[in-house]
Design a protein around this ligand. Sequence first.
Ligand SMILES: C[S@@+](CC[C@H](N)C(=O)[O-])C[C@H]1O[C@@H](n2cnc3c(N)ncnc32)[C@H](O)[C@@H]1O
Length: 238
Amino acid sequence: MTTHAWQTPELTQRFLTKTRAALPLAAAQLDVMLFVMQQALPDVTCFLDVGSGSGVLSRVLLEQYPQAKAVLVDFSEPMLAVARETLPADQTTVIQHDLNNTAWEDTLGSHAPFDAIVSGYAIHHLTDERKKNLYQEIFGLLKPGGIFINVEHVASPTEWAEDLFNHAFATALYDDEVAKEYSYDELFLRLKNQDDGDICASVDDQCHWLRDIGFQHVDCYMKIYALAVFGGIKPPSP
Ligand SMILES: C[S@@+](CC[C@H](N)C(=O)[O-])C[C@H]1O[C@@H](n2cnc3c(N)ncnc32)[C@H](O)[C@@H]1O
């Protein structure tokens, strides 16, 4: 399966109706994203959601900051169609673009720079080289003092540790699966072997990349198995 599978209604539907809610501590990760942002900034007037999908992260931020303007970027039309239907039109700008194409920055126009930039389980679909360059682009798109938070699927140190994630994920999906289409073991193996175009990098490596770029206060604010909430702050103007 290639990352372009994300542009299909089938994967969009499966992710939005089943997979996302089964991610271990998915709601808590968003709570942490919000908490860290609130500690960093007195207010958020404009933010960017990179690889936004249907806008789950944007929805949480708009609830917290009802005056804010949101810009969502993703290359999946089925995902963005849900964002357009469900987010307030007067506060959101939805841009369809491939993040592998560096021209994505040009589409942001006068919306940039941003107080905050977030991303949810999206950047791990890009190569490590592209991730690093994208983090540099994100740094450039932030206002001084602005914050970047990535809620992300990251590489596990060992296969056993990665299987903790697969088991937690399989358990949640299995509990929710009324028809029990597969046995638990089959479901676990499907998750372990599925290829959704993931190119995961460790959270340690990614925090190093952010520090090298110039982000401050870089940390992994929360981690549960292979899911991490990490980021940093662009230094304020002197
Ligand atoms: C797992 S979904 C997460 C969606 C959303 N951020 C969330 O938290 O629910 C991954 C998203 O990354 C997007 N994506 C993957 N590769 C992309 C690329 N090269 N350019 C733009 N979007 C991409 C997919 O279309 C999909 O919406």
